[in-house]
Unconditional design. Structure first.
Length: 260
């Protein structure tokens, strides 16, 4: 349109009077082209507005993919706290993400495509990062990724995670040891751990249940695979696996790595 306008102005300025303008076939053709071009541009603008809205709607559908990518990026950035050697650039991460988009299973159904992208990229990132990790840190990285994803999906309670890492704080009124399978020191420590967990909404009353049903907890304590044992009473159905790990940490902390 700018080029046509320049041609029109040039045609007008080179003709000195109206009669010359009316007899200038080239100028008349340019004016005719200008009208058609203007109409074409209006049609294309309307089409582009519709296309832009469709792109915006589609982009919003794929927001969970970008959210997962952001969660994973900050998960690997946290590895530098463990060892300064673990440094990963945003450019490397973006290239890996682009590769995942190209190579993950395709689908015209957005929910299916989103799931395949998230699953594919999460696994691809895990495999690539693990190549640069010491063996001792790989399990911790798996847990870190899982917890970050659960937090992102709002499936992890911040207080439960904090308690799992830090344990109980403050003083507790510890009852007399009524068990015949724990020494006083072991009983006090186990009760304190469970009493601290009992302050969490999901585990309220677990310490009282332990005192009343200590023989059921003895089965976990004596088991060779306590991480695979059910939690006594209704707790086994009531709790998710992470909450069960909090109880396991109180009863058999030596098996928490296997539970992880």
């Amino acid at each position: 349109m700018v080029e046509i306008e320049d041609q029109i102005l040039n045609g007008l300025t080179k003709n000195e009077n109206i009669a010359d303008i009316l007899e200038d076939d080239e100028l008349i053709n340019i004016l005719d082209d200008s009208a058609r071009t203007k109409d074409d541009i209006k049609v294309r603008m309307k089409e582009s507005e519709i296309t832009e809205k469709e792109i915006d709607r589609t982009r919003e559908l794929f927001r969970p993919v970008s959210f997962r990518a952001a969660v994973l990026f900050f998960a690997i950035i946290d590895l530098a706290v463990i060892d300064p050697m673990y440094q990963y650039s945003l450019q490397w991460f973006a290239n890996l993400f682009g590769s995942a988009i190209d190579n993950s299973p395709k689908s015209s159904d957005p929910p299916t495509r989103i799931k395949s992208l998230n699953d594919f990229f999460t696994l691809r990132l895990y495999e690539n990062v693990c190549r640069s990790l010491f063996e001792a840190h790989k399990l911790m990285f798996s847990l870190l990724l899982t917890v970050k994803i659960l937090f992102g999906d709002k499936k992890m309670d911040a207080l439960e995670w904090r308690y799992f890492l830090a344990g109980p704080t403050g003083a507790f009124d510890i009852p007399n040891n009524t068990t015949d399978w724990l020494g006083d020191l072991e009983f006090n420590e186990m009760y304190k751990q469970l009493a601290g967990a009992g302050k969490l909404e999901s585990l309220t009353g677990i310490e009282k249940f332990f005192v009343e049903h200590d023989k059921d907890f003895q089965k976990i304590f004596d088991s060779n695979e306590p991480q695979n044992m059910p939690i006594p009473g209704e707790w086994d159905e009531k709790l998710d696996y992470f909450q069960k790990m909090i109880i396991l940490k109180a009863v058999r902390p030596d098996k928490i790595s296997l539970a992880v």
